[in-house]
Design a protein around this ligand. Structure first.
Ligand SMILES: CSCCC(=O)C(=O)COP(=O)(O)O
Ligand SMILES: [Mg+2]
Length: 261
């Protein structure tokens, strides 16, 4: 088995979700499919609620910022009169959500709506999150060794808590010291990792970030964070240069702590 030594200065493990703790197939086939199948009905049912209106307003603001992009779907400022106008507005939001999802965009607006929609699916037990089998034992071991463990995902913090709170391994939320999402900044921007270190109260070189996406690894590394790229079944392939450059692990059990026996 390949072993990667965790540098002695590391006191925090920062984990990505999709492709790192959780199969991409689970996210696509369960979480994202649920959104596509239910978004129209969700908007029709919850339209009058303040939370839903906040989600729509954020999506509208994002649509304005995206207006220069090819294929972007605008969301009108106000619906026309009557139920026809409302249905047209809802359809515009649905089309915008489908367009963003077709590009796997990680905008805060999209992720906020998705998180709110998954609330029902997780709490009613329709969806249970899945983790690679090495994840939970390794996180427990790291914590026993005194490390802190945080999550940094494009999925909203609310969605992250639903995922770890309703899984095939039960509610494992207590295993995490905290959660970060795109509200702190995008995962491909170095500044996000400096802000995370600041928020945790440590230096960037005290953090080891595990992710499947090399652009995220590169941004974290630029901020002084230690990184390892996680290679899991179903993840996007890496180039030969990426395979040579990055520390790669295929299981969390390949991480060796200086204090491990
Ligand atoms: C409950 S997290 C949902 C996963 C998600 O929406 C997503 O975009 C995953 O992105 P990640 O940054 O974890 O790769
Ligand atoms: Mg990922």
């Amino acid at each position: 088995m390949v072993v990667l030594s965790v540098p002695a200065e590391v006191t925090v493990i920062l984990l990505d979700i999709e492709g790192t703790t959780t199969p991409i197939a689970f996210v696509k086939d369960n979480l994202f499919s649920y959104i596509k199948e239910n978004v129209k009905e969700y908007l029709q049912t919850h339209w009058e609620e303040e939370e839903c209106q906040q989600d729509v307003n954020l999506l509208r603001k994002q649509a304005e910022e995206d207006s220069h992009l090819d294929g972007a779907v605008p969301i009108p400022a106000a619906s026309g009169n009557g139920s026809d106008g409302l249905q047209q507005m809802i359809q515009a939001v649905v089309d915008n959500v489908f367009w963003q999802m077709s590009l796997d965009r990680k905008t805060t607006a999209l992720k906020q709506l998705q998180g709110h929609m998954w609330r029902v699916a997780f709490t009613a037990g329709h969806i249970k999150a899945e983790f690679f089998e090495d994840v939970v034992p390794a996180v427990r071991k790291w914590r026993e060794a005194g490390l802190k463990v945080y999550i940094y995902s494009s999925g909203s913090v609310e969605a992250q808590k639903l995922l770890f709170g309703h899984s095939t391994e039960g509610n494992i939320l207590e295993l995490f010291d905290g959660h970060f999402d795109t509200k702190i900044g995008h995962k491909v921007e170095s500044e996000s990792y400096r802000k995370i270190a600041n928020s945790i109260g440590c230096s960037t070189n005290n953090i080891l970030f595990l992710t499947d996406v090399t652009v995220e690894a590169s941004a974290a590394e630029e901020a002084g964070v230690h990184v390892a790229v996680v290679v899991r079944p179903g993840n996007a392939g890496l180039t030969d240069d990426e395979k040579t450059y990055y520390n790669l692990i295929t299981s969390f059990s390949e991480l060796y702590l200086p204090t491990s026996t």
